[in-house]
Ligand binder design. Structure first.
Ligand SMILES: [Zn+2]
Length: 270
């Protein structure tokens, strides 16, 4: 599943090819993505010049004068800029024809992604109520500490709550908790201010690193499957059940929290 670093890498890859270009037409081969392509997208986007491309959480916002296309890659979606005559495959559902002679092609085997429309001056309901960006100054240990007081939910679920901070997915939450030495099941309200300061620093470090790696490993803006931008051998906890902890040698354990696999070292994380 594309996580925040892959979406940010996609944004950076697309930006020079999209900004300043005009969308000539939409070629839709399969309108039924997670949600059907809305009428407003067909009506509003063609003819518009792209003024910018922004990432918010795992959404991409492609800004034009009357509004913004809101794109989400779902579980298996990817976006590429290709020459217009590139033949479309089975899973190439939507093309935006650009005035550059290229298309922005959306490919998604599982069709959990979507393309929606946000009129200028409005905030789409999917974007309302989101917490701060993890790499912004608004996100720090004090924020986590304040928001977590009195909360008995597991700290990992608290960290993955989009109303607390956006875009800390399962892999990155597991790795940040390991790096900060915090047990994923610990009640969020029982983690000290100092430990939250460390946890917030580790979240930023790990995400920034993954974005840097993504920027050098992705080609043609495709997010590869698996763990794009973050090499498996660099993981300390995620996906390592039964393997020795790289710090203390104890076996990494796996539990299910909020229906997601969670990996941790019972010796290093308290
Ligand atoms: Zn350990």
């Amino acid at each position: 599943m594309p996580e925040l670093p892959e979406v940010e890498t996609t944004r950076r890859g697309l930006e020079p090819h999209l900004v300043g270009r005009r969308v000539v037409a939409l070629d839709v081969r399969q309108p039924r993505l997670r949600w059907p392509l809305p009428r407003e997208l067909y009506d509003s986007l063609p003819g518009q010049r792209i003024d910018g491309i922004e990432r918010r959480a795992k959404y991409l916002l492609v800004h034009t004068e009357p509004g913004s296309a809101l794109l989400h890659l779902g579980m298996s979606g990817s976006l590429r800029v290709l020459p217009q005559d590139t033949p479309a495959g089975t899973h190439d559902h939507v093309d935006w024809r650009l005035d550059s002679g290229h298309v922005l092609r959306y490919t998604d085997p599982r069709r959990f992604g979507y393309q929606l429309w946000q009129p200028h001056g409005e905030t789409h309901e999917l974007l309302a109520g989101l917490g701060p960006e993890p790499l912004s100054d608004a996100f720090d240990g004090d924020l986590l500490w304040h928001l977590s007081r009195g909360r008995r939910a597991a700290v990992k679920l608290f960290l993955m709550d989009q109303a607390v901070v956006v875009g800390v997915g399962n892999i990155y939450a597991s790795e940040a908790l390991f790096a900060a030495g915090v047990h994923p099941k610990r009640a969020a309200g029982s983690v000290s201010r100092e430990r939250y300061a460390r946890l917030a620093r580790e979240v930023k470090r790990i995400l920034a690193y993954a974005i840097r790696r993504g920027g050098t490993t992705l080609r043609d803006f495709i997010s590869p499957d698996g763990l794009p931008g973050y090499f498996e051998q660099e993981l300390f906890a995620y996906g390592r059940e039964g393997e020795p902890c790289k710090v203390c040698g104890a076996p990494i354990r796996a539990i299910v929290l909020g229906q997601r696999s969670t990996f941790f070292c019972a010796r290093c994380q308290r």
